[in-house]
Design a protein around this ligand. Structure first.
Ligand SMILES: Nc1ncnc2c1ncn2[C@@H]1O[C@H](COP(=O)(O)OP(=O)(O)OP(=O)(O)O)[C@@H](O)[C@H]1O
Length: 419
């Protein structure tokens, strides 16, 4: 493990609304168990960052996560949020300040979408008007049209939509911290990719502190600013950026955990918004097809992208389709190859392969059209990314006071003792 120090990575940048979290020598021993589920864990979670917990089944990820909002009481140690020791605080009060998202959204089936989202604001005594406005704002944020969805019941939604409502509910009272336990475990791979992209888009707007448990190492690489890889008893094997974990696995355990595809996982490190997108001709329903055809011919493009009134892509039309049509139609093509700008190059390639397309449409926050990404761009970007690995920044603090090297945080010195 690299030398852990109190680092400068906790410096929040821009509009961070998230809070820093510090676990200090936190232990959990369940009644009747000899071994601790979590053994003397010290972990710094910088404000505004996404920290992913990964590790084998039963290693203590969920226990650690649930100690942060005290759904599980630590046996010893402290949890400090934005400088405040919350270990002795009333648990219910604490949980109103921490959003919590579980698999499949964890929605109450007998409540509408709006009522589900409004739960915490209601408990906090917000006015009806303020709650209604917040529900609509959050539905927009998670790309669900409020008019269509606010009065539906969870069973009337797809798995992905339920998960979006779960995220909206967790964000309702604008908590500085969001805890997520296998949030995308119950959805199909394409929906999973879209939800991940969306979470990253939302995070770029809200900049919360997000702690997320996952079984999927690729998901950790994609979403995490930092990844904590745990072994049994929540012993930290490595706590570092995805780039550095992939480039320098700290132990054989980490190497095995990453698996043999480590080289290919570099594809997961570069995002669509880091590469140059190709512009194209866009149009809207109701326009004359012949005008659009001249435009794409003039611009030397193969097709035009049709956008709805909010700038979201509906379909694409190539020269042949345009020459046969009179007026541009506003129908939506469900097979349109679309990736979010926060998607990885891996996702972009997958999307193009599934659609047998040489390019995919890129969207930004709230699904608004941004441009095109091509297979060629992806290939060039991979080559460039492999050539320059960012090794500059220091990792946050992460260590156990149990079996591994003990570092005196005050002194910044390593004693080499076991506590
Ligand atoms: N309520 C409980 N009572 C007793 N032991 C428990 C309890 N909850 C968890 N444990 C044990 O504590 C250890 C850590 O469990 P935890 O659920 O935190 O692991 P995890 O890494 O999240 O696992 P998974 O990936 O399978 O969800 C396991 O050995 C588990 O059996």
């Amino acid at each position: 493990m690299s030398d852990p120090k109190i680092s400068s990575t906790s410096e929040p940048s821009g509009n961070v609304t998230g809070a820093s979290i510090m676990l200090e020598e936190v232990t959990k021993t369940y009644p009747g168990q000899k071994k601790s589920a979590v053994g003397g864990l010290t972990l710094e979670i910088p404000a505004g960052s996404i920290v992913m917990f990964v590790g084998p089944s039963g290693c203590g990820k969920t226990t650690t996560l649930k100690m942060i909002n005290r759904l599980i009481e630590p046996t010893s140690g402290q949890i400090v949020i934005n400088g405040e020791d919350v270990t002795g605080m009333n648990g219910d009060e604490l949980r109103r300040r921490i959003g919590y998202v579980i698999q499949a959204g964890g929605l109450f089936p007998h409540m509408t979408v709006a009522t589900n989202i409004a739960m915490v604001p209601k408990m906090l005594g917000w006015s009806k008007e303020k709650i209604a406005a917040r529900v609509d704002e959050l539905l927009e944020l998670v790309s669900l049209d409020p008019e269509l969805y606010r009065d539906r019941f969870p069973k009337e939604l797809s798995g992905g939509q339920q998960q979006r409502v779960g995220v909206a509910r967790a964000l309702a009272a604008d908590p500085p911290v969001l805890l997520m336990d296998e949030p995308f475990g119950a959805v199909d791979p394409i929906t999973r990719q879209r939800l991940q992209d969306e979470l990253l888009n939302i995070q770029s707007e809200v900049q919360k502190t997000i702690v997320c448990v996952t079984h999927d190492f690729d998901e950790a690489v994609k979403l995490g600013d930092w990844i904590a890889i745990f072994n049994e008893g929540a012993q930290l094997e490595q706590y570092d950026s995805p780039e550095r974990i992939l480039a320098n696995p700290a132990s054989e355990f980490v190497e095995n955990f990453i698996g043999s595809g480590a080289g290919l996982k570099q594809l997961t490190l570069t995002r669509v918004n880091e590469v140059e997108l190709l512009g194209t001709v866009t149009t809207t329903p109701g326009k004359r097809a012949s005008d659009v055809l001249s435009q794409i011919q003039g611009a030397g493009r193969k097709f035009a992208v049709v956008l709805d009134s909010r700038g979201r892509p509906l379909r694409r039309l190539d020269r042949r389709q345009l020459s046969r049509a009179e007026i541009i139609e506003g129908t939506y093509d469900p097979d349109l190859p679309v990736v979010g700008e926060q998607a990885t190059l891996n996702d972009a390639l997958d999307t193009m392969l599934v659609a047998s397309a040489e390019s995919a449409i890129v969207t930004g926050p709230r699904d608004v059209f941004k441009g095109l990404i091509t297979v060629q761009t992806v290939m060039e970007a991979i080559a460039a990314a492999n050539a320059s690995m960012d090794q500059d920044h220091e990792a946050p603090v992460g260590l156990n006071s149990g079996a591994i090297n003990v570092v005196d945080i005050e002194q910044g010195s390593s004693s080499g003792e076991s506590a």
